[in-house]
Design a protein around this ligand. Sequence first.
Ligand code: GCU
Length: 135
Amino acid sequence: AASTDYQAEDAAISQGVVESNHAGYTGSGFVNYDNLAGSYVEVTAPAGPADVTLRYANGTAATRPMDITVNGQPGAVGITFPGTGAWTTWKTKTVRLQLVAGTNKIRARATSADGGPNADKLTVTPTTDDTTPPS
Ligand code: GCU
């Protein structure tokens, strides 16, 4: 099935700001998470097993972990976003989530005091495989 892109700058943002000062983002910018635990970006997606890919940059040497929750429930916890080498170098991380019937609020929430990496977009790709984790 087709993927849907959700630009981070268009998402619900808590404790983060939209910026565009580091090249390589898609859309009109990216979200710079405030440097604290609890900052988040949240998008709303339809039901079904899905792979959720976060495109991010982390110009520091320290990994920035986040939890991905669905409607407030743990979906993929302790996901690591290692340094990408520069704020202009964007990489992706994919997790598989079980999205429920109705509305799915997918939240990428920083869990360390550094906050999250800079977030460009979340891509949701429906899958028929509801068991095998993505590689
Ligand atoms: C720098 C960088 C920001 C980044 C921030 C951070 O200020 O320019 O884009 O978000 O570091 O450490 O989170």
